[in-house]
Design a protein around this ligand. Structure first.
Ligand SMILES: Cc1cc2nc3c(=O)[nH]c(=O)nc-3n(C[C@H](O)[C@H](O)[C@H](O)COP(=O)(O)OP(=O)(O)OC[C@H]3O[C@@H](n4cnc5c(N)ncnc54)[C@H](O)[C@@H]3O)c2cc1C
Length: 383
């Protein structure tokens, strides 16, 4: 009896806690308000924080729960089923925390992670730049060693939580000539002089989430804020994705599940040609495809999360899960709009927002193309 697909009682409790939280706090009005205004959902996140649904991966050694990836994916799916804009605002700090958990020393964990358990606060992961996203090696930000400090210059783009974060994980070149082995990661408090936070971007979807550019001009950070050794930044920044991609994929599953549930309810109720449209094979098959793909995506998420929780390398499974779940979310949301017909195209109905929100899953944390690049590399270079 080696394979067991069931959740443990603790995992079921955590899933229920997240589900009940979403039922209570993510009313249609709240979700619509944050989508329409782009207002950061601080009040909702205060409640998530009080319930212990945020920062769940902060290690026990600094007072956190130290929960694993499977636990994170359970929360992520439930929250995303309510609203992925609020979900991204709630979970983006984890992408900044992951490099500290992976590559930080005790002092860095104590200074940057422990305070996040005391009060609601945020962190942001700053890798992408105006000229380089998928091609991380193309970043231009530099960190020059001056005495016991580093001086950072450069710009970051599309940084989730940039406007609300207390600190940033920043990837910069300490030695351009060494390629990816010349990159180092830094923990930069937002209060450091020389940082300019850009305007909030008005995006197609997930508008509750705060996305901005960041500029660093002669920003001085002490050596003790460098993660790992000089030249280890790229490795640490990429390793973070093995932990966070299963969670992002779980959020895509949550969105797809929500779109499917709306489509099923509508197909039962809407009549055409004298019967519910669910009785038309063309509609029923669309929904059958949604159901099988949502479940397949969920199982890939669990495999990727479980593998890393066992302390095993999961890069390939994390890429499978991210690519499959993101593409599934986009397809299911698009098909849900189709099931709703003209109503689906209208903002009064929920699936219009879901289709807008779904698109970003194929772009952030590595595009769907980049996931395939990773998978192909795993197939052709590692076997
Ligand atoms: C809302 C939002 C939030 C984000 N949050 C963060 C964040 O918190 N921190 C952060 O650092 N970044 C963040 N990003 C950036 C995101 O990770 C990048 O947008 C993404 O990695 C793609 O990079 P790019 O936009 O530069 O596109 P490009 O890299 O310019 O890609 C353009 C197109 O070319 C394709 N392409 C590129 N290279 C290849 C290849 N080798 N093979 C096949 N196709 C390829 C891509 O898939 C894409 O379709 C965010 C972006 C958005 C929009």
């Amino acid at each position: 009896m080696a394979i067991d697909f069931s959740l443990s009682p603790e995992q079921e409790d955590l899933q229920k806690l997240a589900r009940d939280f979403v039922r209570k706090e993510f009313s249609a009005e709240v979700v619509r308000h944050h989508d329409a205004t782009g207002e950061f959902p601080r009040a909702v996140l205060e409640k998530a924080f009080e319930l212990g649904l945020m920062n769940v991966h902060i290690p026990q050694e600094v007072g956190g729960l130290g929960l694993g990836s499977v636990a994170g994916t359970l929360i992520s799916e439930e929250v995303a089923a309510g609203c992925t804009g609020i979900g991204t605002a709630m979970e983006a700090s984890q992408l900044a925390q992951a490099p500290v958990i992976i590559g930080g020393d005790d002092d860095q964990k104590r200074r940057f992670l422990a305070p996040m358990l005391e009060k609601l606060s945020f962190a942001a992961y700053g890798v992408t730049e105006p000229g380089a996203g998928s091609d991380v090696q193309g970043i231009k930000t530099t960190a020059k060693k001056v005495g016991d400090d580093y001086v950072i210059n450069g710009s970051k783009m599309w940084i989730t939580n940039a406007g609300v974060a207390d600190w940033y994980f920043v990837l910069a070149y300490t030695d351009k000539s060494a390629g990816v082995r010349g990159m180092s990661g830094f923990l930069v408090p937002r209060s450091t002089p020389g940082i300019t936070v850009g305007k909030k971007e008005w995006n197609m979807g997930q508008r509750a989430s705060d996305t901005r550019g960041l500029t660093f001009e002669e920003v001085v950070v002490p050596k003790r804020n460098r993660l790992g050794a000089e030249g280890e930044g790229w490795k640490i920044a990429m390793a973070a994705f093995d932990h966070t991609r299963p969670m992002v994929a779980a959020a895509a599953v949550g969105l797809a599940r929500s779109a499917m549930e709306h489509a099923i309810a509508y197909a039962r109720e809407r009549t055409a040609f004298g019967q519910p449209i669910a009785m038309q094979e063309g509609i029923a098959f669309l929904i059958a495809d949604m159901a099988k793909d949502v479940e397949a995506a969920r199982q890939l998420v669990r495999l990727a999360a479980w593998t890393i929780d066992q302390g095993r390398r999961n890069t390939k499974f994390a890429a499978y899960a991210k690519a499959f779940a993101a593409d599934t979310a986009m397809r299911v949301a698009t098909d849900a709009v189709q099931v709703f017909g003209g109503n689906g195209f209208n903002a009064e109905y929920p699936v219009e927002k879901l289709m807008r929100d779904a698109k970003i899953f194929q772009i952030y944390e590595g595009t769907s193309q980049i996931q395939r690049v990773i998978i192909a590399k795993e197939i052709f270079s590692r076997s």
